[in-house]
Design a binder for this molecule. Sequence first.
Ligand SMILES: [Mn+2]
Length: 252
Amino acid sequence: MQSLDAVFISDLHLHPQDSVITNRFDQFIAWAATHTKKVYILGDFFHVWPGDDALDDWSRSIARRLAWLTQQKVAVFFMAGNRDFLLGKRFARLAGITQLKEPTVITLGNDRILLVHGDRYCTRDTGHQWLRLLTRNRWFPALFSCLSYSIRGKLVQSVRKHSQSSRKTNRNQSADWMDVVPKTMLRHMKQFQVQTVVHGHTHKPGLTILNEEMPFRQYVLSDWDDNPFLLCYHESEGFYFDRLGDCDGQEK
Ligand SMILES: [Mn+2]
């Protein structure tokens, strides 16, 4: 197997108290350095990110790992999710990563691919859509950063509690009413004139093909709680899922 063109990941929910996921991420970094040209992170990379002024030793160490990967000539792109939308230029500079707007369309081979975090399609979750409308506003980060660190911490905590209590079991698969609404997604794909979308957020990995006047492909990324799936793209093979656990960091 030759080098991959791109690997897509999301929903790691990295947290200083969760060394299992951090170790898994280390395993991924070592593997990615020799196996892919590009890494796309599609949001909820951090379990919580109250703003770049909250950078500490632990998050700096995560930035260093990403910076090391980019020094191995792997380009790393970052799109924010609902948990880390306050991740800013300071972290991006430290980590050497390129921030992507949500949504972003990229081209792989002859295909145009729509990249989103995924929460925008969960339109049955009206509480979250209101929160999204408020927090993804252009002025929100500036306004939020005016609040004291302790108030911000409390706000972030309460948002986390809300999203945890609305899930079946804390970080496992989301309940049906929190899932993607295909109609909303298809409308968005048609608007951007794409037939392929890649997203995370729902923690329900897999490929769904929706047959309309033509097939629309939806690739959903996995969380990192157990044995994460990586979505890989290879020029001649197209997209396929691979288990991180099967990747031993050795050249194939
Ligand atoms: Mn999310």
